[in-house]
Design a protein around this ligand. Structure first.
Ligand code: ZN
Length: 168
């Protein structure tokens, strides 16, 4: 991370560079970060309901973890410090979303797309009047899937020994 930051076409690096660099320093397990402003997730970031911190769909639970909120602030780095260990997916209030991957940039993009789709589904469920999370006993079963598939636990390595610990 001491190398110069690459920005294409002779442009200066974006003002969002510092929090990307800070995240990589705090979480050396992370190989790639994707930050974007996808419309549904950004809508949730404006609403600020904390709804995405609940367990709704199995795949995003075991691939990303609870989507933690990052408070609106300038600069953003210190707000990321508060939550960066707790998941691999983040909603930046009134701004957008950020996803980390311990594998690759392609995987980070897939995590973003998967979570945007989940947010769309939760929005529809909310419109229908009942966005119902998965019951605790079934969230515990997802721990078994993680073991069988030999997947890394979301969040800082070693911090959580089970998915159930991440959702409370
Ligand atoms: Zn942005």
């Amino acid at each position: 991370m001491e190398k110069p930051v690459y920005a294409p076409e002779g442009k200066k690096p974006t003002g969002e560079t510092p929090f990307h660099v800070r995240i990589m320093r705090k979480r050396p397990d992370i190989k790639a970060i994707v930050h974007a402003h996808p419309p549904i997730l950004t809508g949730f970031s404006i609403a600020g309901s904390g709804l995405l911190q609940k367990p709704f769909l199995p795949e995003p639970i075991l691939e990303v973890g609870p989507i933690m909120s990052v408070a609106y602030d300038t600069p953003l780095s210190e707000q990321f410090d508060r939550v960066i260990d707790l998941s691999d997916g983040f909603l930046m209030e009134n701004h957008g979303a950020l996803f980390c991957s311990p594998f690759s940039i392609t995987d980070a993009v897939e995590r973003l797309q998967m979570t945007e789709c989940m947010a769309h589904s939760i929005l529809v469920a909310s419109l229908l009047g009942n966005a119902k999370p998965i019951a605790d006993k079934y969230v515990k079963e997802i721990d078994e899937v993680i073991k069988i598939r030999n997947l890394p636990m979301p969040g800082k390595p070693g911090l959580f020994s089970s998915i159930s610990m991440m959702y409370h």
